[in-house]
Design a protein around this ligand. Structure first.
Ligand SMILES: Cc1ncc(COP(=O)(O)O)c(C=O)c1O
Length: 302
């Protein structure tokens, strides 16, 4: 059972729904494609963010923490969801932000401040150091009542929440696709998938070969040797948060055809990659594919 404050917060969420998309390419290749609209579960804590935060925040409340501390970039979806959730739960929050304080506060940072998150700007070197602290008490100098969440909320408890993206499905798919940053979302999904489902991660980062090992470390031992997952490394569009006119055009076209808004950091790259693989006959005719919309649309204001 979740802590009562968290249950009350979750009552305000919409359940995620599945939407089938139709497209001449899909018809030509005889591929069935569905989108899991986790972007719609909540206006702020959308997509994989709620899944990642849910059980960590529950743990923080169980421990009677009064403050949650975490880290992220100036456009961080993670800090955005965390600041809002903490405000709703009556918790204080603090965010270590990578880089110098910008001359003009962007919409993400403005939201964080509005929701009461105390922001501390740190150098890139300090940020790299913070990355090594994973446990909720690992941050040097952490005080009683403070709870540390590592970058992106990537904890063991996050995996439990992410698995619910799969366990709540009432139908099986041949393939499940998800965008990858740290690979935590991918790992949570692989852990929960039926063994005959193939899971595809699409990296938003350039040169992300290391993700393979990172994801392996997060897998249940029973899933370690299953070959039925992979990470696509060629759809990064130049690197994290980089984008080009082809990607922007794809997003616009996708919104016009399917009435689904994507964002350029994660979800647009995944759908672009998925459609490219379909066009190359990578999948077998008759396969049923699910792509998870992991939200993050607040980033489009940048
Ligand atoms: C919208 C969105 N999709 C996907 C991801 C990738 O998640 P992960 O870091 O778990 O791979 C993120 C980052 O957390 C995100 O904000």
């Amino acid at each position: 059972m979740l802590q009562p404050a968290l249950t009350r917060l979750e009552q305000g969420f919409q359940s995620s729904r599945l939407t089938q998309i139709f497209d001449p390419l899909l018809a030509q290749k005889n591929i069935e494609c569905w989108v899991k609209r986790d972007d719609l579960i909540h206006p702020v804590i959308s997509g994989n963010k709620w899944r990642k935060l849910k059980y960590s925040l529950d743990h923080a409340l169980q421990l009677h923490s009064h403050t949650v501390l975490s880290m992220g970039g100036a456009y961080s979806n993670h800090l955005h969801a965390l600041a809002y959730a903490c405000q709703q739960l009556g918790l204080n929050s603090m965010g270590f932000i990578r880089g110098e304080k910008p001359k003009r506060i962007n919409p993400t940072l403005a939201d964080l401040q509005q929701w009461g998150m105390v922001l501390q700007y740190i150098s890139r070197a300090e940020y790299r150091t913070l990355r090594q602290y994973k446990d909720h008490q690992a941050l040097p100098g952490i005080k009683t009542g403070e709870y540390w969440l590592p970058e992106g909320g990537a904890t063991e408890l996050a995996l439990k929440g992410l698995a619910e993206m799969v366990t709540e499905l009432d139908t099986e798919f041949d393939v499940i696709c998800v965008p990858c940053g740290t690979g935590t979302t991918l790992a949570g999904i692989i852990n929960a998938c039926p063994e005959n489902t193939e899971v595809y991660g699409f990296s938003a980062l350039k040169g992300a070969g290391f993700l393979q090992e990172d994801v392996k470390k997060l897998l249940n031992t029973s899933r370690l040797n299953t070959p039925r997952w992979n990470i696509q490394l060629d759809y990064h569009f130049g690197g994290f948060a980089k984008c080009n006119p082809a990607l922007l055009l794809f997003m616009q076209d996708f919104a016009n055809r399917h009435a689904i808004t994507l964002e350029q950091v994660y979800t647009a790259k995944m759908f672009y990659g998925l459609f490219d693989l379909i066009a190359q006959d990578h999948f077998r005719p008759g396969q049923k594919i699910l792509a998870i919309h992991t939200g993050g649309l607040q980033g489009n204001r940048a």
